[in-house]
Design a protein around this ligand. Structure first.
Ligand code: GLN
Length: 195
């Protein structure tokens, strides 16, 4: 079985780390900047970065509609941080006009951890990836304030959901890709059925 080809939306954000983590998880990671590149992928990572900038660039590069169509057609997504904001049904504290893709039945609040906690690392209990905690980074992270009925919570931090699954999609408010632990990517890749 060939390694699944997983795109990483490469308009902005921490693309390189995801490509490395995907490789470590047994997938072929490819940068995606165009609809043609998107069409070659079995799944897509939406990285962290800045959701407002990413949404603007998606419009500028005429990628918003193809991305929406691909997801509606069943393209599984791994969304991290800003990527989760992009996919959420409701964005709180978004910029005027920030609409997102409305794929995930979540309400998320941008930058909800406040200034003094802009960034922190955490050993997160994440049973779906194994018994040992995953070292992850929260970087100006959003907070998931509401989840719909079809959303399964996979991990919580201080009682609040920080990793969720909806259908083929995994969405995280943290960064799993910068601490060198590929287990979250492995969970996503394993769900594609190709490894
Ligand atoms: N605060 C960013 C936003 O609103 C997300 C931060 C991140 O992706 N690390 O898009």
């Amino acid at each position: 079985m060939p390694a699944p080809r997983v795109g990483v939306l490469s308009l902005q954000g921490d693309v390189r780390e995801h490509l490395i983590a995907l490789r470590a998880a047994g997938a072929e990671g490819v940068p995606v900047r165009t609809a043609a590149e998107l069409a070659t992928c079995q799944a897509l990572v939406l990285p962290g970065g800045e959701s407002t900038t990413m949404e603007r660039l998606l419009r500028t590069f005429d990628l918003l509609a193809p991305l929406r169509a691909a997801i509606e057609g069943g393209l599984p997504c791994l969304a991290t941080c800003a990527g989760t904001i992009l996919l959420a049904r409701e964005i709180r504290d978004g910029l005027p006009g920030q609409g997102g893709l409305g794929v995930l039945d979540l309400a998320v609040r941008r930058n909800a951890y406040g200034r003094q906690r802009d960034s922190f690392e955490a050993g997160l209990a994440f049973p779906a990836v194994g018994p040992e905690p995953v070292l992850v980074a929260f970087i100006r992270a959003p907070r998931i304030e509401a989840v719909g009925e079809g959303v399964e919570v996979l991990a919580r931090w201080e009682g609040e959901p920080v990793a969720v699954r909806q259908g083929p999609h995994l969405a995280l408010t943290f960064h799993p890709e910068i601490t060198g632990d590929p287990r979250v990517h492995r969970l996503f890749v394993a769900g594609l059925g190709g490894v």
